[in-house]
Design a protein around this ligand. Structure first.
Ligand code: ADP
Length: 225
């Protein structure tokens, strides 16, 4: 499903963000990526979403070989990959329903299908009843769950969660993690980056540790060190 073969990324001549990384992630896996700041985690995620191109190496996601991927096909790729960020990136002037519906309108989903989809995704993230609330009226954990609802509404095969709990207190962080686990159980591959040691150690999932642009450990049920 996700294959990286000797992927290197140099942003400039001075430094190498990723040094010949090889990785294989199976469909429906739940993978946690950890590593100190500057290790290369964001670069890895940006390569997967095609925000950045590798300097060398092969990337294949869901059967799409990035080397031969035409720019006009990138929106198609992005529909396979949902992304949530630490800072939620919700539209402040739209309510919960509108934040999710807007994301579906822009990919051309019809109104009927949107009306069918939104209650389902709000139920998954535990926000039924909050449709008319604006982001400013929600807790951080609820905002992040709106962002997750928006990301999964297009039924991506892969959900990338880049430090989704970074701005949340412990209880809200766990609410978000439980939602990610639920989505994974329904069949979506989840790739999570986090600095939260307790979350990593309690989840007991595959943990890939990146340091200085290299994979230094890759273990099922791995610990944060
Ligand atoms: P992490 O997400 O683990 O903190 P990053 O992938 O952001 O790490 O960064 C890895 C390395 O690449 C760092 O040395 C960083 O300074 C460098 N880097 C990241 N983005 C850019 C960029 N757009 N231009 C130049 N260097 C970058």
């Amino acid at each position: 499903m996700i294959l990286l073969d000797r992927v290197t990324k140099n942003y400039n001549k001075r430094g190498t963000a990723l040094k010949s990384i090889s990785l294989h992630v199976e469909p429906k896996e739940f993978v946690i990526i950890v590593g100190p700041s500057g290790a290369g985690k964001s670069t890895l995620l940006k390569l997967l979403t095609r925000e950045e191109k590798p300097t060398s190496g092969k990337i294949i996601v869901g059967g799409i070989d990035y080397e031969t991927l035409k720019d006009r096909k990138i929106p198609l790729l992005r529909r396979k990959i949902g992304v949530v960020f630490q800072d939620f990136k919700l539209l402040a002037n739209k309510n919960v329903y509108e934040n999710v519906s807007f994301a579906l309108e822009v990919v051309g989903m019809g109104n009927k299908e949107i009306a069918r989809t939104i209650p389902k995704v709000l139920d998954i993230v535990g926000l039924t009843g909050k449709e008319l609330s604006y982001p400013s009226e929600l807790s951080g954990g609820e905002r992040q769950r709106v962002a997750i609802a928006r990301a999964i509404a297009r039924q991506p095969k892969i959900l990338i969660a880049d430090e989704p709990t970074g701005n949340l207190d412990a209880d809200h962080a766990w609410d978000v993690i439980r939602v990610l686990e639920k989505i994974n159980k329904y069949g979506t591959t989840v790739i999570l980056t986090t600095h939260n040691q307790e979350i990593v150690n309690k989840l007991k999932r595959r943990v890939i540790t990146i340091r200085d642009g290299q994979v230094v450990s890759d273990k099922a049920g791995g610990k944060y060190k």
